[in-house]
Design a protein around this ligand. Structure first.
Ligand code: GTP
Ligand code: MG
Length: 411
């Protein structure tokens, strides 16, 4: 076996030298970067690549000159101490190869570990990201606490506990702040450390808010369901119609959703499933006539196409549709999984429709039921029913004020 050490300016040149000298079957045993020709203990020399390669004896070993490769001035190319460090024979070559195979990955790992240890503390991007996230969260929290105006005294500390309790249950921030301020004002200073006492007072305040909204709802035999896309309007109508039918009623479903592909089919299938007739109304005038024709029915449920509440033209079309019918009740269907900011916008966008009750859907998809309270208190209108799953007619529940409180405070 032949072992030779070469120096070159870079790996490409080194490999060429190895190939020229030891032939194409030579293997690199080691490589390192060294300084050459430098004064001052070699510190000022230029860096070259020192590479040691081995080949089995008998492999072609030609000089660069012999192969027509001229050594460059930059590279003090050529073997240094060629052959003197290697043994002879295929066995030794294979030994070196096997050792190299085993040692190389270990060397790589050691190198990586050394780099990691030597890297300045805190330079890791994920640590940096985490740190900046924490700073942001702290800033948001302290600004929220600041907005709520809680002091650093016992009263402030109690208020803060209650405030976080409400935020964790999905109560919208301004509503949570107002509730906390009212509760703290009600409870004597000596009792502020008693969280159970605070929560009792909190429940009383929330019950009062919810009850105010529950007054004045007037159900009508004609109910029109409106709301954002995909919240569960059609499914809820099917559940309600099934319940009405079960109670001996004479219900009809009218769908006006002729826009979405397969919307009519969906309603007709539901009608077949629950044995309730379904009629289709195309536009406001057709809806008015259909309802007049069926005036003798106990209950008429009108389905509408889901609309993007931010699309003004679409909301105007909805207004035109519901205005065509006298003596009807409009129910706004909202999802309990919506974000508080989106729900606020949805309520605002539907304000002109004069809807009178809410339907809250998808309670099964969240453990945080704060949106029930938020929507009732924001709109000042009660909840007609909630839905808790996809099954028709099973997943439908009536809910009263204590029921809403239980869901919001205890999940
Ligand atoms: N988990 C869960 N899914 C529900 C609930 N109510 C409806 N869904 C599902 O929500 C999806 C949409 O329901 P639809 O009744 O078609 O909703 P929509 O509001 O009529 O939709 P558009 O007419 O397209 O606006 C369906 O897959 C329903 O099964 C509920 O309470 N919980
Ligand atoms: Mg629908």
């Amino acid at each position: 076996m032949q072992v030779k050490t070469f120096e070159a300016v870079d790996m490409k040149q080194a490999l060429q030298l190895v190939k020229d000298e030891l032939g194409p079957r030579a293997v690199i045993v080691s490589s390192r970067s060294v300084r050459r020709d430098g004064g001052l203990f070699g510190l000022l020399g230029r860096r070259v690549l020192e590479i040691t390669a081995a080949t089995e004896s008998g492999a072609p070993a030609q000089t660069p000159e012999a192969r027509g490769v001229a050594p460059t001035a930059a590279a003090p190319a050529g073997p240094r101490g060629g052959g003197s460090r290697g043994g002879r024979g295929t066995g030794a070559y294979h030994d070196i190869w096997a050792v190299k195979q085993a040692v190389d990955p270990v060397l790589d790992e050691v190198r990586a570990l050394r780099e990691a240890v030597q890297a300045p503390v805190g330079s890791d991007t994920s640590t940096e990201d985490l740190r900046s996230d924490i700073v942001q969260i702290r800033t948001i929290l302290s600004s929220l606490v600041g907005q709520a105006g809680f002091g650093a005294d016992a009263e402030g500390a109690a208020a803060q506990r209650l405030y976080y309790f409400l935020l964790a249950r999905g109560i919208d921030e301004p509503l949570a702040r107002s509730l906390v301020q009212r509760v703290v004002a009600r409870v004597e200073t000596g009792a502020l450390a008693d969280l159970d006492r605070l929560k009792l007072n909190l429940a009383a305040e929330m019950r009062a808010d919810l009850s105010r909204a529950a007054r004045g709802a007037a159900p009508s035999p004609v109910q029109i369901f409106v709301g954002p896309t995909g919240v569960g309007k059609t499914t809820t109508i099917a559940k309600l119609a099934a319940r009405s039918q079960r109670d001996g009623g004479d219900a009809l479903i009218v769908t006006t959703d002729v826009h979405r592909v397969a919307a009519v089919e969906q309603m007709v299938r539901f009608g077949e499933l629950i044995s309730v007739p379904v009629e289709v109304a195309i536009g406001p005038e057709d809806l008015r006539r259909t309802i007049e024709r069926n005036a003798a029915r106990d209950q008429i449920f009108v389905d509408t196409a889901g609309r993007n509440h931010r699309d003004a033209a679409s909301m105007r079309a909805l207004q035109g549709l519901v205005s065509a019918v006298d003596d009807r009740e409009i129910l706004l269907v909202c999802s309990a999984t919506a974000r508080a900011t989106d729900s606020r916008e949805i309520l605002d966008a539907h304000a002109d429709l004069a809807w009178s009750r809410l339907v809250m859907t998808r309670l099964d998809e969240t453990r945080t039921h704060g949106e029930l309270f938020n929507n009732v208190v924001r709109s000042g209108r009660p909840i007609a029913c909630v839905t808790t799953g996809q099954s028709v007619p099973e997943h439908l529940e009536s809910i009263d004020v204590p029921g809403i409180l239980r869901k919001v405070l205890h999940g």
